[in-house]
Write a protein that binds this ligand. Structure first.
Ligand code: SF4
Length: 388
């Protein structure tokens, strides 16, 4: 167990060997179109499983190894994180125009969503209705990719490589199934993916750097930021700034939402608006904020919550850190690598991703459209447990 979110971790297990066995079987099946997506956090951690230094940036080797394992389409969840930044940014803008409800909570961490459903169901209307990037990605593959390429949905197998065990639970939520098809068919954690690579005796460090496939392999810095605490907020704010100012974005960073403290807050001025935001990492830190909201004392507009301290770079399925005393240093290196990597990308805001633009034009019709709601948004339910 990851030990960080034992209160909320719905699976309670850091490994699911039956799922790994299933993936191995599918990889041998030539009748199936095998699609894979990789979460933002893996690009700065997977290398550790192969003796590389913490924070080594390995997206090129990830693309390469996934092809070698037998996947037909090698995609990146950062693309869907860009899409989440678009949908969530527009949802927040809509709430600003409507006057609420505030604060809007991010919804891309399934352990946090389950915590809300179990402990604060009366506050569920505050959660963004956006699915997480993992699930948005799955819905797109099963709807858009299948239609575009004329592939029978029964013949598509979508694997997610994710930093956490809660994503396995999320993929199995009944809300994440449309017309009998799960958005995502299987989830492997970073460590399980590494185990598969080792079993196949692939020398990860010797692999050439390759690109992810288009269209779902092209992303901006906003999508990459989802890998660390504060990143979901920062990515959505970049969408908001572009929408409200209409100006091109260059080098825009929101420093106050970055860092390792459990709760960080800032007031951000955009045009003539003042937006009060908070970033929470580590589920134990969120209860005081929720109690204030319950009592009507909160004046926040937007709050990001990630169940793991430091966000997904510190997820329960990530490479194990050999000593507790090294944890802070390793997580710092992973975080720095995320920020360093995003600096090198040509675009920093999801609105500038040309494939996101094309997706809205060709298929979805626009952010928050009927089709976007059908595929990319979800509903939550009261899961409070009563003891008699
Ligand atoms: Fe999973 Fe990230 Fe949430 Fe941790 S913070 S439970 S790794 S989604």
């Amino acid at each position: 167990n990851c030990g960080q979110c034992v209160v909320t971790c719905p699976t309670g297990a850091a490994s699911d060997l039956s799922e790994l066995e299933r993936v191995k079987e599918v990889l041998e099946d030539d009748s199936v179109v095998k699609v894979v997506q990789c979460a933002p956090a893996l690009r700065v951690s997977l290398g550790e499983e192969f003796g590389m230094e913490a924070g080594s940036i390995v997206p090129g080797r990830m693309a390469s190894v996934l092809r070698k394992l037998g996947f037909d389409r090698v995609y990146d969840t950062c693309f869907a994180a860009d899409l989440t930044a678009m949908e969530e940014g527009h949802e927040f803008l809509e709430r600003l125009e409507r006057g609420g409800p505030f604060p809007m909570f991010t919804s891309c961490c399934p352990a946090w969503v389950l915590y809300m459903e179990k402990n604060y169901p009366e506050l569920l209307p505050l959660l963004s209705s956006c699915k997480s990037p993992q699930q948005m990605f799955g819905a797109l593959v099963k709807a858009y990719m299948a239609e575009r390429e004329g592939i029978d949905k029964d013949k598509i197998f979508l694997l997610s490589a994710m930093p956490c065990t809660a994503k396995k639970y999320e993929a199995k939520r009944p809300e994440m199934n449309k017309d009998g098809y799960n958005d995502v068919d299987a989830v492997l954690t970073t460590r399980e993916l590494a185990q598969l690579i080792k079993e196949k005796q692939i020398e990860f460090t010797d692999l050439p750097e390759e690109n992810f496939d288009v269209p779902f392999g092209l992303y901006t810095g906003a999508g990459v930021l989802f890998g660390t605490s504060g990143g979901v907020m920062e990515a959505a704010l970049r969408t908001l700034v572009k929408k409200l100012t209409g100006k091109p974005l260059k080098n825009i960073t929101f420093e106050p939402v970055r860092g390792a403290e459990g709760v960080r807050e800032a007031v951000i001025g955009i045009e003539n608006r003042k937006i009060k935001v908070a970033v929470v990492s580590g589920i134990k830190n969120v209860a005081p904020l929720l109690e204030d909201i319950r009592k009507g004392f909160s004046d926040y507009h937007f709050i990001e919550v990630m169940a793991c301290p430091d966000g997904c770079i510190g997820g329960g399925g990530q490479p194990r850190i050999p000593k507790r005393s090294l944890r802070k240093m390793v997580l710092k290196k992973r975080e720095k690598a995320i920020y360093y990597y995003e600096l090198g990308l040509p675009q920093i805001a999801a609105v500038d991703n040309p494939f996101i633009k094309a997706l809205y034009t060709e298929f979805l019709g626009g952010p928050l459209s009927e089709k976007s709601h059908e595929l990319l948004h979800t509903v939550y339910s009261d899961k409070k447990i009563f003891f008699h």
